[in-house]
Ligand binder design. Structure first.
Ligand SMILES: C[S@@+](CC[C@H](N)C(=O)[O-])C[C@H]1O[C@@H](n2cnc3c(N)ncnc32)[C@H](O)[C@@H]1O
Length: 205
């Protein structure tokens, strides 16, 4: 799916069922997420991610700037804002950014930015000590994944940490009788569950 279609797709989801579009637990479809429960999954996930980073025996400046790429309504951005001084959530969909601003409980620390291109021109080289992206890159064409990854590495500070999730193979999804979509189909909402155990890679500089 190209960037324009990706934006339309996520914008429509952000208008109809934003929390479920971010975390597609079957029983939460149709506006059934409780917002507190939803944001708690973000706190738990960031805690797991930080434990994972800590387990790699790397050090970096926990105090400064973090970026959540593909932030949606800010499930993870809000949790990062409890750990960093300056946190940016970037998303391609206006409706997601609108919802993220509505749910923003830490406006002094947490900022949201709409970006509908593969370049992150808003940010200078080396702007972030920590970058996280989960359930985002898997929805793009490989060419755009590579471009986004290159940009994210550009805005990572020397000595910073970049953790991202990217499936290395299509997930085994049962195909309904009469055909169905491949699990790697970018038009399907996320099937990723909240667990950093499946985080695909960690890049250190
Ligand atoms: C499944 S949601 C995950 C949201 C968030 N990462 C989380 O785990 O709660 C995927 C998000 O990625 C955003 N997204 C998809 N492609 C993007 C792109 N090229 N640039 C920025 N955001 C993108 C979508 O708009 C959507 O909000």
């Amino acid at each position: 799916m190209n960037i324009k279609r990706l934006r339309r797709h996520w914008d429509a989801l952000g208008k109809t069922d934003p929390l479920w579009a971010n975390l597609t637990n079957d029983d939460k479809r149709g506006g059934k997420w409780d917002a507190d429960e939803f944001f708690l999954t973000g706190e738990q996930e960031i805690e797991e991610v930080m434990d994972f980073v800590g387990s790699r025996s790397v050090t970096f400046d926990h105090g400064r700037a973090a970026l959540d790429f593909g932030c949606g309504v800010g499930r993870l951005t809000q949790a990062l804002a409890a750990r960093f001084d300056d946190v940016w959530g970037v998303d391609i969909a206006p409706s997601m950014i609108d919802a993220a601003n509505r749910y923003n409980r830490r406006p002094e620390t947490c900022h949201y930015y709409l970006n509908d291109r593969t370049e992150l021109a808003r940010f200078d080289d080396g702007s972030f000590d920590f970058i996280y992206s989960n359930i985002v890159l898997q929805h793009m064409q490989p060419r755009d994944q590579r471009r986004n990854l290159a940009e994210l590495v550009r805005v990572l500070a020397p000595g910073g940490i970049f953790v991202f999730q990217l499936p290395s193979a299509p997930l085994p999804v049962p195909v309904p009788k009469g055909g169905g979509r491949d699990s790697s189909d970018a038009s399907s909402p996320s099937r990723r569950r909240s667990s950093s155990a499946r985080t695909g890679a960690c890049v250190e500089r």
